[in-house]
Every structure is written in structure tokens, then in C-alpha cells.
Design a binder for this molecule. Structure first.
Ligand code: IVH
Length: 672
């Protein structure tokens, strides 16, 4: 292919991928299978890698994010980001309408729209290209979160069509859909991370992640609700926002023009019921005067426009009786109190149990057994107790004494400084922790031993056949057959799939070991960077942290894991059974070993390669790309525009600086 052909191919792929992204993420109508999409994006990534002169920061390939650690720059908003006056009362909506009528008369319309419950964002397009994206901040200046926003697939990197203003600002709300939120929290709990309290916190937390490659894995989505700019086509909000759909922007389908207060109240009441069927949280309705001229006549207070107001829904809340509290023990020993309630209808389902989170919440709300408590289902998927009805407290009410011993193994509970939860430290003797570890080990993302499930693990544990994951590999078919509900066939399936799991790759085993905070991605990174379980064990905290994606929390947890003698014994037994505790040749997939043992930091911008390409090259040749400078760093691969503080540090440690050409020579050099 000539360069001209390649350029055309790259452009065609970008156009095609953008089209599929738009159909999938904005219109929710997929036009291609996931597999075919992956094929196209890989083809594009490869072509871009081989032809770096065609790099474009708005190519769909850039949506994967990168590993650069950013401290957010502050950007001043061109137009201040105001908030909205809000109310829970329909009377105050009527008062608002009267005030508006006094100023602009009766000849106008309102636009009614959903009030999305996420975190607000302002995105600026210059000549149709996404230029920057900024959080609300204090309304005057916000954080530059462009690199994270670019990973959100429903936000176009280039606007469709051609009739957009040269400079266009769009504002909207970044959200996490409810189903995706549930999965995200399940994954976090799985590796011992604290779950997010609600989708809003998860969305704003994700937007502030310092590495966009990690933000890219969060299921963020965005609805836009406001367009600003000189030379907009229409003189009213409704038409401008509908027109923004033509530029590929994701706009909700749920807008309504209303002429009077009755229509507004009808819209509010409709959505107060209907919101439970949405896959994202809304916390109210926003009404806006439609005409831009009339908006300007109404003007602004210091904080908010006089032409708009938010009506907020009251969270659904019911009163019911608290019977008792159970204490659950998780895989990592964390204790969670759960309330048993008199069954009550809430948001279309019967609620019998509610989360109480931790001892402090119980104490602060002064919750006692037999109290009448208020239960709410807000953004959270599990209902929670938000208070008590003190007027209904009777002599039957009994003070609640939080447990100090594990309900399962009677071990004294620990509560560390600054931790919200009590914790059972009897890691190897507490039944739910033992079974939880084994369940994690066999799970689909770990060793995938699908002939075993929670019930069988219970059964095997009850019969003293397993007490840790290594015991699985000692099981004999004769031991299984006599067990209840177990036939010859299922027994032989179990033995067969346990045996097959010995072939699972090294990265799966690292994940399966259940080291706290080590999720699938961290496990993969550890496998790739250290090659064997022994090297992971022997790595110092500093060497671990030097690896991208591994922070202090994970490194500390790895050290703690290997400092435990029982973990050693289990690993030794698993090794003897033939599990893969080293990376295989295929997985290693190295181009050469020329950089083996070398830690290289990349800094600045480069002429011929993107930073991601350089990172990949370092890894392919056996080196390690590190993100911070230490005395263990062997080289700095330096481009243009390196920060002075970085240069000082490199000089202080006497680290040699190499440029792009030197680096390429290093990896191209013939073996002597
Ligand atoms: S309009 C001047 N419309 O609610 C116009 N805001 O305090 C200001 N929000 O920070 C915003 N859905 O993050 C508007 N349909 C909607 C909205 C909405 C959610 C958020 C926004 C803002 C807060 C209001």
C-alpha cells in the first residue's frame, strides 16, 4: 500500500468505527458484533502504530485512555456554570411560574426535562473537534478532565455534519447506568475494595481518576442538556437541543414543551412514577423557559438563572418495624450489619432486609431493636435505613449492642483506625472466609471450575473434605460419590474440571489466590511484569509500585499475603500439583530480551512514536516502563517538553537520558 492508500484506509476505518460507536452508545442500536468491532479497532490501532505520522488525538483508537498520571489542570469556564434553584414543593413551582409571568407576560413555553443525578460536565468543541472537557468546580474554574472524558464512548470526539458553530460548548451530566453500577460494585467487593455508595459518587469519582486507562474501564455515560455558543441555529432551547442530535450528541428522548402549569405537573407526576423503569437515576425535573430572548429578559441571580428551576423528587420512604440485626462475614473478614424488617412495599418490591452499613451509622441514628424505622430506596439498589420515628418508640425498644466477637467463629473483632467496618482476623479458621476464598478461586474469572458452585463448596467443607484451595486438588472420586445429592456423573465432572484447571494461565492463578485489592487487571499486570510467583514474592514494595497500575495499597497487600506462612504452604502444594506459577512462552510474547531488567521512564512528547507505542516497545523487549523516577530507574527516554522538576530529579540520581533514536537503536541492535 502506498502512504496515500494507508491514509485513506485509516480515515475509512475511523469513520466506520465512529459510526458504529454512535449507533451503539448514543442510539442504543448496535450495527456490528463486538467481535467485528474489535477486529476493526485492532486493524486501526496497528495501522496507526505503523504509520505514526497519521496520529490524531481524536481517533477512535484513543478511547482506550493512557497511563500518564495527570494532575488536573484548572480551566476557567468561558460561561460560568451556574446551579439551579430547586424545590420539593409543587406550590413553589406555581410561585415560580407566577414570577416568570410577571416579567415576560403569558406568551411563552417551558421545556420540561429530566434532572439527571450524576456529575456535571462542560465540553468544548472547536471546529467540530473535542477540545477540552471541564468539571463544574466552583462554577468559575473547574478541573480539566479531557483525557478521561474522551474515553466515554457516547461522547463524540468529532461532531457529525458541518453546520456547527466554530466554537461550541455543550453541558451535560456524566452518569453510570444502574445495571453497570451493580456490576462495578460486585467486582469491587470481589477484590476487597469498598463499594461505591451510589452511582453519582461512582461517576464523579471515576471522572477524577488520574489515569485515563483506568477511567476507560468505568462504565461512564453522558446525557447532554444544554448548548452554548455564538451563532446557534435556533432562538430557543428546545430546537437547539434537538438539533444537537444531528451533531451526534447524546440527548435524552424525554423532553416536553409545556404551555401551562397543569402540563408541567402532569410531566412531574408521570416521571415520579416512571423513573423506576429508567436504567439511570434522576432526582427531579428541570423546567426552563424555552425562548433564549425571554431567558435573557429574566436574567440571573448571583447563583442561578431566573428562567429555570428544578423540582426534586422526594426519595421513596416507608416506615416499618426493625425486628433484629444479622451480622454477615465477607470473604475478606469484613462484618456487615443487615436489618431484618417487617416486610413492607417500597418502589414496587417487598423489602424484608436493609443495609445498615456499619456501627457508626447505627449509633448516630440511635437505632434500637423494635423501633419503627424509615427505609429509603434512593439511587442505591439495596434499600437502607435512614432514620427512626422517635414518636413510635415504645417500652419494647431495646438498645443495640454491636457485636465484639465474630458471629461465625467467635474471634474478637478488630476495628482499625479510620476504618468504618469491624473485621474478623481469623482468615484461615472462620468458615465464611474459608468458603469465600474457595468460591473466589473456582469462580469464572479465576480458575473457572464450573462443576463446583457455592452449594458444593458448602457440602465439601461440611464433610471436612476441603479447608483451603489446595485441598481441591487432593479430592478423590470415591470421597465425593457418598455425599448427598452427588451421583457418579457429577462426581467425575468435578474431578475432571478440577484437573483441567491446572492448565489455567499464570495470570488467572494470581487473581484466583484472592490477594486483597488484586483484581483481574492487576493480576495480568503482575504476571506480565514479574513472570513468576517467586519474582512477585521477592519484589520489594518499590519494585512493585514501579509497575503501572500497581499502587501502594496493592503492593502492601501483596507483601502481607506473602508474609503469611499458610499462604506459602498452599502455594507450594499447588505448585506440586502442577499449576502454572510461571508465565508461559506464548504469554510472554516478547520481541526480545534486550531490555531485560531495565526500568525506563518515558517523559515528554515524541516525533515518531506515541507514548503508548514506546511503552509497548519497552515491554515487548523485556523492559519495564515505570511511572516515577527512583534510584532504581535505569534510563529516561526523553522527548520534547520535559518538566524541569523531572529533569532535576534525573540528574540528581545520575540516570542516563536517551532520546527516541537512541532507544530504537537499543532495541534494533543485532545480538552479538
Ligand atoms: S440546567 C443554567 N438541566 O443539576 C442551567 N441541569 O444545580 C444549569 N442537572 O449542576 C443546568 N440534569 O449538573 C440542567 N436537565 C438538566 C439537568 C441539570 C441534571 C444538574 C446539573 C446542575 C444541577 C443543578
Amino acid at each position: 500500500m502506498t502512504k496515500q492508500d494507508i491514509k485513506k484506509k485509516i480515515n475509512d476505518l475511523r469513520l466506520e468505527l465512529n459510526k458504529h460507536n454512535y449507533s451503539y452508545y448514543v442510539k442504543s442500536q448496535p450495527t456490528i458484533s463486538d467481535y467485528d468491532y474489535d477486529m476493526l479497532i485492532n486493524e486501526l490501532i496497528n495501522l496507526e502504530k505503523e504509520n505514526p505520522e497519521f496520529f490524531d488525538s481524536n481517533s477512535p483508537s484513543q478511547r482506550v485512555g493512557n497511563d500518564i498520571n495527570v494532575e488536573f489542570k484548572q480551566i476557567k469556564h468561558k460561561y460560568q456554570m451556574l446551579s439551579l434553584g430547586n424545590t420539593y414543593s409543587k406550590q413553589e413551582i406555581i410561585d415560580f411560574d407566577n414570577r416568570v409571568r410577571k416579567t415576560i407576560g403569558d406568551n411563552f413555553e417551558y421545556v420540561c426535562e429530566l434532572k439527571f443525578d450524576g456529575t456535571s460536565i462542560s465540553i468544548t468543541y472547536i471546529n467540530g473537534k473535542l477540545h477540552h472537557a471541564v468539571t463544574r468546580g466552583d462554577g468559575v474554574v473547574g478541573d480539566d478532565v479531557t483525557s478521561n472524558v474522551k474515553t466515554i464512548k457516547s461522547i463524540p470526539l468529532k461532531l457529525h455534519g458541518a453546520d456547527y458553530p466554530d466554537e461550541l460548548e455543550v453541558r451535560g451530566e456524566i452518569i453510570i447506568p444502574l445495571k453497570a453500577f451493580k456490576r462495578l460494585n460486585e467486582d469491587r467487593i470481589e477484590i476487597g475494595e469498598a463499594p461505591f455508595a451510589n452511582p453519582r459518587n461512582a461517576a464523579s469519582g471515576s471522572l477524577k481518576i488520574q489515569k485515563s486507562s483506568i477511567a476507560a474501564r468505568r462504565p461512564l455515560d453522558c446525557y447532554l442538556y444544554y448548548v452554548l455558543g455564538k451563532g446557534l441555529k435556533f432562538d430557543n432551547h428546545y430546537d437547539n437541543i434537538q438539533n444537537a442530535k444531528n451533531w451526534g450528541l447524546k440527548i435524552s428522548e424525554n423532553y416536553k414543551l409545556c404551555k401551562n402549569i397543569d402540563e408541567i405537573i402532569e410531566f412531574i407526576e408521570y416521571w415520579d412514577k416512571e423513573r423506576k423503569n429508567l436504567d439511570y437515576d434522576i432526582d427531579g425535573i428541570v423546567l426552563k423557559v424555552n425562548s433564549i430572548e425571554q431567558q435573557e429578559n429574566l436574567g440571573y441571580t448571583a447563583k442561578s438563572p431566573r428562567w429555570a428551576i428544578a423540582y426534586k423528587f422526594k426519595a421513596e420512604r416507608v416506615a416499618t418495624k426493625l425486628y433484629s440485626i444479622d451480622y454477615q462475614v465477607g470473604r475478606t473478614g469484613v462484618i456487615t450489619p443487615v436489618a431484618n424488617l417487617e416486610p413492607v412495599q417500597l418502589g414496587g418490591t417487598t423489602v424484608k432486609r436493609a443495609s445498615l452499613h456499619n456501627a457508626d451509622i447505627i449509633k448516630n441514628l440511635d437505632i434500637r431493636i423494635n423501633d419503627t424505622v424509615f427505609v429509603e430506596k434512593g439511587g442505591e439498589i439495596i434499600p437502607k435505613i435512614v432514620g427512626i420515628d422517635i414518636n413510635k418508640r415504645t417500652s419494647e425498644s431495646k438498645a443495640l449492642i454491636y457485636i465484639d466477637k465474630c458471629p461465625e467463629c467467635n474471634t474478637e473483632l478488630i476495628r482499625s483506625e479510620g476504618e468504618a467496618h469491624h473485621f474478623c482476623s481469623n482468615e484461615f479458621g472462620c468458615p465464611p472466609q474459608i468458603k469465600g476464598k474457595i468460591e473466589h478461586f473456582i469462580s469464572r474469572k479465576a480458575m473457572n471450575i464450573d462443576s463446583l458452585g457455592q452449594e458444593t463448596i458448602d457440602l465439601l467443607f461440611k464433610n471436612n473434605l476441603i479447608n483451603n484451595v489446595a485441598d481441591l486438588y487432593d479430592l478423590k472420586i470415591e470421597q465425593l460419590i457418598p455425599l448427598e445429592r452427588m451421583g457418579q456423573k457429577s462426581a467425575s465432572n468435578i474431578i475432571k474440571s478440577i484437573d483441567e484447571s491446572k492448565k489455567a494461565p499464570f495470570r488467572k492463578i494470581i487473581y484466583a489466590l484472592g490477594i486483597r485489592f488484586v483484581g483481574e487487571i492487576a493480576a495480568k499486570t503482575l504476571a506480565k511484569n514479574f513472570n513468576s510467583i517467586d519474582s512477585i514474592e521477592n519484589a520489594s514494595i518499590e519494585q512493585l509500585i514501579d509497575v503501572d497500575e500497581i499502587g501502594e495499597k496493592i503492593a502492601g497487600s501483596i507483601k502481607k499475603f506473602f508474609n503469611n506462612e499458610i499462604n506459602h504452604i498452599v502455594i507450594e502444594r499447588l505448585k506440586n500439583k502442577g499449576l502454572q506459577f510461571e508465565i508461559s512462552k506464548e504469554e510472554q510474547n516478547k520481541a526480545s530480551d534486550k531490555l531485560a531488567g531495565l526500568s525506563i521512564i518515558i517523559s515528554g512528547t515524541f516525533k515518531n512514536h506515541s507514548r503508548d507505542e514506546l511503552k509497548l516497545l519497552i515491554e515487548e523487549h523485556g523492559g519495564k516502563n515505570v511511572s516515577s523516577i527512583s534510584k532504581n530507574t535505569n534510563y529516561m527516554l526523553a522527548g520534547d517538553k520535559i518538566g524541569p522538576s523531572k529533569l532535576d530529579k534525573v540528574k540528581k540520581f545520575g540516570i542516563p537520558i536517551i532520546n527516541e533514536d537512541d532507544f530504537i537503536k537499543m532495541i534494533e541492535k543485532k545480538e552479538e
